[in-house]
Design a protein around this ligand. Structure first.
Ligand code: SF4
Ligand code: SF4
Length: 252
């Protein structure tokens, strides 16, 4: 498949994250590395914007533990839709939260990994409400593992009851182990239309989206093992990398 245009790009800024979940797909931990320099990210994203890319989403590692995140947000928001996916924990530091308010992305998604963990759930909801007061759109990434379907379903009902909707929850199926079926994800969402990974029922490379890893490799999604190195910090190099890939699935 030859691609001529992507319009959304997700970039993992590092694989540094002090939460260090044992299921993290890019093995982020407190000994993780930062390979991206702030100016390289900005150079790449601005060139993408000139070439028609509409949105950049930043993940990690934990993006709010990446030193240059606010410089990146500030440089890019005049040009692109910028979203950040975070575990939310660094935002409890007053200094980080006040930098966020001065350098606001268009949207923040906070992830709930464990629907049974009352503290994680209540603090994430509280933080999302706090963020939304500053004119930043909010969303929840609800991580779904096959051993916690009932708990995830119960939490989803609670989220609907307090004003979240299927429009601001993304139901993210766990990968590699404890993988829920598409039917289980739909059961958790319990709505006809809901947001999840585009490949919930069928693995295929996206035609509009690509992912760039913490170690500067380009792929059709974050999980596919087929990736190609990014040679230069520009849009053309992304397209050359994508078009050199023979897509492989992450499924066993
Ligand atoms: S919070 Fe996210 S980035 Fe950090 S270790 Fe867990 S899954 Fe990975
Ligand atoms: S490789 Fe995995 S994550 Fe990517 S599209 Fe296929 S099933 Fe989905």
């Amino acid at each position: 498949m030859k691609l001529s245009q992507v319009d959304r790009i997700s970039l993992d800024l590092s694989n540094f994250c002090t939460k260090a979940c044992d299921f993290c797909y890019n093995n982020s931990s407190s000994s993780g590395l930062n390979m991206w320099k702030t100016n390289e990210v900005i150079e790449l994203a601005l060139d993408c914007s000139i070439n028609g890319v509409k949105a950049f989403s930043f993940g990690g590692g934990e993006p709010f533990e990446y030193k240059g995140i606010f410089e990146i947000i500030s440089a890019l928001t005049p040009h692109l839709f910028v979203s950040v996916t975070s575990n939310g924990l660094p935002l409890y530091q007053d200094e980080i939260f006040s930098l966020l308010i001065k350098n606001r992305p268009d949207k923040i998604h906070l992830t709930i990994h464990n629907p049974s963990n009352k503290k994680e759930v209540s603090e994430t909801i509280k933080m999302l409400k706090r963020i939304s007061r500053y004119d930043i759109r909010i969303g929840i990434n609800l991580f779904i593992s096959s051993h916690q379907i009932a708990e995830a379903k119960q939490l989803t009902q609670k989220l609907y009851a307090i004003g979240f909707s299927e429009k601001n929850i993304i139901f993210v199926p766990r990968k590699f182990d404890l993988v829920p079926t598409a039917k289980e994800v739909a059961e958790v969402a319990s709505r006809i239309n809901f947001q999840s990974t585009s490949c919930l029922t069928n693995c295929s490379p996206s035609k509009e989206f690509c992912s760039i890893s913490w170690d500067k490799k380009v792929g059709f999604c974050s999980f596919s093992p087929s990736k190609a190195p990014l040679e230069k910090y520009n849009y053309q190099s992304i397209m050359e990398a994508l078009n050199s890939i023979t897509f492989k699935t992450c499924l066993p």
